[in-house]
Design a protein around this ligand. Structure first.
Ligand SMILES: NC(=O)c1ccc[n+]([C@@H]2O[C@H](COP(=O)([O-])OP(=O)(O)OC[C@H]3O[C@@H](n4cnc5c(N)ncnc54)[C@H](O)[C@@H]3O)[C@@H](O)[C@H]2O)c1
Length: 345
């Protein structure tokens, strides 16, 4: 064989060996954006989920769907896996308050178990997508080293997962924790229970902007595509020097008081819409430093303005609409009332 042909055949062989990634909770809001990105980058993906939100992932020969409860995943799936992105969770405070035991089991115990299996099975990287809500209520700008003040079972279970999973790091097992800001933007598993998404839909549909009392609470935000882009970048990047570290994920430009987020939504939809106040005083308020994220060489791309405009486009095209499924707590409560939700194990 000529040298050039030999080189070409070696190259194509190299291309054929794809790295495999396990994504838990892959059919959720983040997973449905992240998994297509991973597939586009030529990774093989094993998507483990109970798929409570239905078919949100594309058909692809490099994607394997595993409909299993993350709390007792079998270690056989972890053979020859390069990285695990452990998204699975009951993913907000209302769900945590309604299903506290399940939240503890899934967000903390199950992810700790998955991380332990990953390490035992020789997985190289484990990424834990946690939440900035571990900061709770803070007056000063908080960094990854600041004291945490988790106010809900959702935040506490995430914080416990962070603490115990970081302890598992070793030379051959890299652990990275991402404290994501509140996300916004389009996903095939649409969530209208997230601030920007809910406000945009409310104005578009009813000229009413739902806003949580008293509007003065600070909320850092991040587009769901930015948080997914970061996870893809981490899979590709050498992370040894960041092993066991925590990163806040979001940007200063996307940190606003809730009332200002409402103004941005109104400016991009209908300035004359009415504010519809709801809830008791929201105790969560935090301004977060994202300086450390820059060290990873990552910069979020999408502004709140962009996210709102994009969502209006999708609402106009009927590509997304608010229903029971798009409000996490309502959908889980509905499934539970039909006996189709999770049981305690
Ligand atoms: N969306 C946000 O604004 C945000 C912000 C910060 C952190 N996070 C974190 O990011 C992760 C993903 O969030 P999301 O918005 O995609 O949530 P989501 O609720 O849309 O997705 C969670 C997925 O987990 C699945 N699931 C739940 N319990 C399961 C179980 N026991 N076994 C198997 N599958 C199960 C659900 O079917 C769902 O597809 C979560 O850990 C969440 O806490 C999200």
């Amino acid at each position: 064989m000529k040298l050039k042909n030999l080189q070409n055949s070696k190259l194509s062989k190299k291309k054929i060996i794809k790295k495999s990634i396990i994504v838990t909770g892959a059919g959720g809001y983040v997973g449905s954006v992240l998994v297509p990105m991973l597939l586009k980058k030529d990774f093989k993906v094993i998507a483990i989920d109970k798929f409570f939100f239905g078919k949100t992932l594309p058909k692809n020969r490099n994607l394997r769907l595993v409909r299993k409860d993350a709390r007792n995943i079998n270690s056989k799936y972890f053979r020859n896996i390069y990285a695990v992105i452990d998204l699975v969770a009951l993913s907000n405070d209302p769900s945590g308050n309604k299903f506290p035991e399940l939240t503890w089991q899934i967000n903390y115990q199950s992810r700790l178990r998955t991380a332990k299996i990953s390490k035992e099975m020789g997985v190289k990287k484990y990424i834990l997508p946690s939440t900035c809500s571990v900061y709770g209520n803070q007056k000063k700008i908080v960094s990854e080293n600041s004291k945490t003040k988790p106010l809900s079972i959702y935040a506490k279970s995430n914080l416990n997962a962070e603490k115990d999973i970081i302890k598992l790091k070793s030379k051959s097992f890299v652990v990275i924790v991402l404290r994501q800001a509140t996300l916004f933007g389009y996903s095939p598993r649409m969530r209208f229970d997230l601030a920007v998404n809910g406000m945009t839909e409310g104005v578009y549909k009813n000229n009413l902007l739902p806003i949580m009392r008293n509007g003065l609470q600070y909320r850092p935000l991040c587009h769901v595509r930015d948080s997914s882009r970061l996870m893809v970048k981490l899979i590709n990047q050498n992370l040894i020097k960041y092993n066991g570290q925590i990163f806040n994920v979001g940007s200063k430009l996307c940190t606003e008081k809730i009332i200002n987020i409402a103004k941005i939504v109104l400016n991009n939809t209908n300035k004359n819409a009415e504010l519809k106040w709801y809830g008791n005083l929201d105790n969560r308020s935090y301004k977060v430093s994202f300086i450390k994220l820059k060290k990873l060489g990552f910069k979020p791309k999408y502004s709140i303005n962009y996210g709102v405009k994009e969502m209006v486009k999708f609402l106009k095209n009927n590509k997304i609409k608010k229903n029971l499924k798009s409000i996490t707590i309502k959908w889980y409560s509905h499934l539970d009332s039909k006996g189709k939700f999770l049981r305690k194990i």
